[in-house]
Each structure stands twice: as structure tokens, then as C-alpha cells.
Design a protein around this ligand. Structure first.
Ligand SMILES: Nc1nc2c(c(=O)[nH]1)N[C@H]1C(S)=C(S)[C@@H](COP(=O)(O)O)O[C@H]1N2
Ligand SMILES: [Mo]
Length: 152
């Protein structure tokens, strides 16, 4: 299963877990960031920098937000400033994830545990979005009862 990476400046790519992890300058033990949860992870921001370095067209500044989407269409859109300690978990006990495959985002000290998106298959780096907006999460295209009332 591949992970699609979209970048408003650099374009997009499809990477396997192994390809993603290989780009990371170093791996971290998840326990260091998320007490009680074991596994191998890589830091989002260091990964992003390494990935940008490979690109022909590089962004001039940092992204304003990152939006990730999962296999089950759960998604989270998170301001860059909230992602300082964010990591992607990709391996536990030397094996690919049994819960959260292919990779799982963890946002330590983020505004909500709900941002720890499992089974991420798409990552989007946005530069033009409003970074002052709060983080949001939930199922894509979920229609609230209130909205239904107004739909014809
Ligand atoms: N793909 C996916 N990731 C998800 C969710 C989900 O429904 N789908 N739920 C989120 C919410 S609301 C919470 S509180 C945490 C729960 O994490 P846990 O299953 O490890 O307890 O996962 C988050 N990640
Ligand atoms: Mo949640």
C-alpha cells in the first residue's frame, strides 16, 4: 500500500512505507514522544525537510498546514505550528503495523488525541491555507443532521 504525498509547490509522489522511512534522517522510538506506546517512528518535520531537499521545485517557507487522510476516510487538518513533535509510527516489534497500517500519525502535545490518525494513505502539505485556523478532524464528507435539513 502506497502513501500519496501532495505538495502545493513540489507536486506529488507515491511512496511505500519503506521508501518513506528511508528518507528520514533518523528514527525515533515512539515511547520518547508518546509514553506507553512502543514502536519505530520518524519525525514529520525532519522527514519533510529531507523530502523537500530531493525536490526540483522547493517551497520557500514552511507549510501552513498538513492534512492527512486515512484508508477509512478519517482525516485531520493540522496547523504546522502544532506539529513540532509530530511523528509517523511505521513499525512495531520489527513488523509493519497491525493497527494503523501503513503509517500512523502521532501529534504529541497537540490539541486532541483524535489527531493521531491511523492508516494514513495521503499527506498534503499546504502553504496557502490559513495557519491561524485550529486543527480539525473527522470523517470526510460527513453530513450533519443540521446540514441535511437544508439539502434538497
Ligand atoms: N483512521 C482513523 N484514525 C483515527 C480515528 C478513526 O476513526 N480512523 N479515530 C481518531 C480518534 S477520534 C481517536 S480518539 C484516536 C483513538 O486512538 P486509539 O484507537 O489508539 O485509541 O484515533 C484517531 N485516529
Ligand atoms: Mo477521538
Amino acid at each position: 500500500m502506497k502513501i500519496r504525498v501532495y505538495d502545493e509547490v513540489s507536486g506529488h509522489a507515491e511512496l511505500t512505507v519503506q521508501e518513506m522511512a528511508a528518507l528520514a534522517p533518523r528514527l525515533v522510538s515512539l515511547e520518547e514522544r508518546v509514553p506507553g506506546v512502543q514502536g519505530q517512528a520518524f519525525e514529520l518535520k525532519a522527514w519533510y525537510a529531507a523530502w523537500q531537499n530531493q525536490q526540483q521545485h522547493r517551497a520557500e517557507g514552511e507549510p501552513a498546514r498538513m492534512t492527512v487522510e486515512a484508508v477509512d476516510e478519517f482525516q485531520a487538518s493540522i496547523p504546522w505550528r502544532e506539529l513540532g513533535e509530530a511523528v509517523f509510527l511505521f513499525e512495531q516489534n520489527g513488523e509493519s503495523l497491525s493497527k494503523g497500517f501503513p503509517i500512523r500519525l502521532y501529534v504529541p502535545n497537540g490539541s486532541s488525541e483524535c489527531l493521531n490518525v491511523k492508516s494514513v494513505v495521503q499527506i498534503r502539505f499546504q502553504y496557502t491555507d490559513d495557519s491561524s485556523q485550529e486543527a480539525t478532524y473527522g470523517f470526510k464528507n460527513q453530513v450533519t443532521l443540521e446540514e441535511l435539513k437544508f439539502r434538497k
